[in-house]
Design a protein around this ligand. Structure first.
Ligand code: G3I
Length: 383
């Protein structure tokens, strides 16, 4: 069992002591102040996203496809070398860990946690409470169930305690509640909302998660919070209310699923207003999709689209860098072949959303992140 908060404590002490970490050649965990631990540690390139981000105490993460990790050598190497945080794309979701009520299948998630431990990475747990990917015995659509209200309440409490206790000490940030509001800022009428007769389930979920692991940072996570509007305003009021009730919520996850079909959001001002509530913030699921060819789902229709995508990636990272409370920046995977986007957005077709191409070669989107991070800790002095 690990205490992911310990590296953060060490890093804080280092920073307070003005510790300047030498930086040359290949980096090891020692040059990653947030996880500063004695070697031996796996080395990773000094120009990797994780090494460059460590210079300003930022964690660069990725969602991880459990089927590729360990079986695809190039995918596995990139995951280890480039990222200092990992998120289970699916392996920690309720349908994956308890398909049969009372029978837990932790293997895929445990493999990710072990991989993270070996590679000095912190883990984002995703997600304890959502209306998607629920086991069929609980609900097939997230909005209807054969269980009574009391059975739904008991099932959620049992699930949170079982899952958070299983991973106790291994999770840096938990996405406790995911996507509880619709784009109109109205609470989703999910089985949770119906069982509690309102949004009271949110406070209970956070309290239970905190009881199960007092050291984990507990997040509310959602998409389209990047834009000022009914949804981000509703979540802002939710967080204020939870804090007034002294509910243990520590952060807000901005998923960051962007598209060049739409304008760029006022992301930084939204990060700042949640930070002003005393919350940590994080970009948790970043991808930037664009219209692509139906017969080549990761080939942009417009040859200039990659430049717009690079701009959206760069502006998103710089917004996080500009807000001190922004502790992690996580693309929702890194290889276009493994992105959820083409399957989800097929009419019109969209894709090419990530930072490595179908052959796992870095794209321009990777290079702009690398350059922004290299400059984030100070451009080389002239002359
Ligand atoms: O595990 C089953 C497998 O047993 C079965 O054979 C196969 C074919 O039906 O399906 C597999 O489940 C799929 C699962 O991914 C694991 O691969 C589901 O069908 C598929 O719907 C699911 O898609 C995931 C999606 O969430 C579900 O909503 C994507 O991979 C995942 O990237 C996406 O991630 C979500 C975040 O969790 C929350 N924020 C939005 C984001 C994008 O939707």
């Amino acid at each position: 069992m690990r205490r992911p908060w310990l590296p953060l404590a060490v890093a804080t002490a280092t920073a307070l002591l003005g510790g300047q970490l030498a930086f040359a050649g290949s980096a090891t965990a020692d040059s990653d102040p947030v996880s500063a631990k004695p070697s031996p540690a796996p080395a990773y390139p000094a120009d990797s996203l994780r090494a460059l981000a460590a210079r300003v105490g930022l964690r660069i993460g990725t969602a991880v496809n459990a089927d590729e990790l360990g079986s695809n050598a190039k995918y596995t190497q990139i995951t280890a070398e480039q990222f200092s945080s990992v998120t289970a794309e699916n392996a920690m979701k309720w349908a994956e860990v308890e398909a049969v009520r009372g029978t837990y299948t932790w293997e895929k998630a445990d493999q990710l946690v072990a991989f993270a431990e070996k590679n000095r990475q912190l883990v984002r747990g995703h997600t304890l409470l959502w209306h998607n990917q629920l086991p069929a015995w609980l609900s097939t659509d997230g909005y209807t169930t054969t269980l009574s209200n009391e059975e739904v309440k008991a099932a959620l409490k049992e699930h949170i305690f079982a899952q958070v206790r299983h991973f106790k000490g291994d999770i840096w940030q938990w996405d406790v509640v995911n996507e509880a509001f619709d784009d109109n800022g109205q609470p989703r009428q999910t089985i949770w909302y119906k069982a509690w007769g309102g949004t009271g389930y949110i406070a209970d979920a956070f309290r239970w998660a905190h009881q199960a692991d007092p050291h984990a940072l507990l997040f509310y996570n959602d998409y389209n919070l990047e834009f000022t509007g009914p949804k981000s305003n509703a979540v802002y009021e939710l967080v204020k209310s939870l804090k007034a009730q002294r509910v243990p919520i520590h952060g807000v996850g901005f998923q960051g699923h962007l598209s060049t079909q739409y304008g760029y959001p006022d992301l930084q001002s939204n990060l700042e207003r949640f930070a002003a509530l005393g919350q940590k913030v994080a970009l948790t699921e970043v991808d930037v999709r664009t219209l692509t060819k139906p017969d080549a789902v990761n080939v942009p229709v417009d040859a200039l689209a990659p430049y717009a995508q690079e701009s959206y990636w760069s502006r998103s990272l710089k917004a996080c860098l500009a807000v001190r409370a922004c502790i992690s920046f996580t693309p929702w995977g890194f290889g276009d072949s493994y992105s959820w986007v083409p399957g989800w957005f097929s009419n019109p077709q969209a894709g090419a959303a990530l930072i490595y191409d179908e052959q796992l070669n870095p794209k321009g989107q990777y290079q702009v992140l690398q350059q922004d991070l290299a400059l984030a800790s100070g451009a080389p002095h002239r002359g």
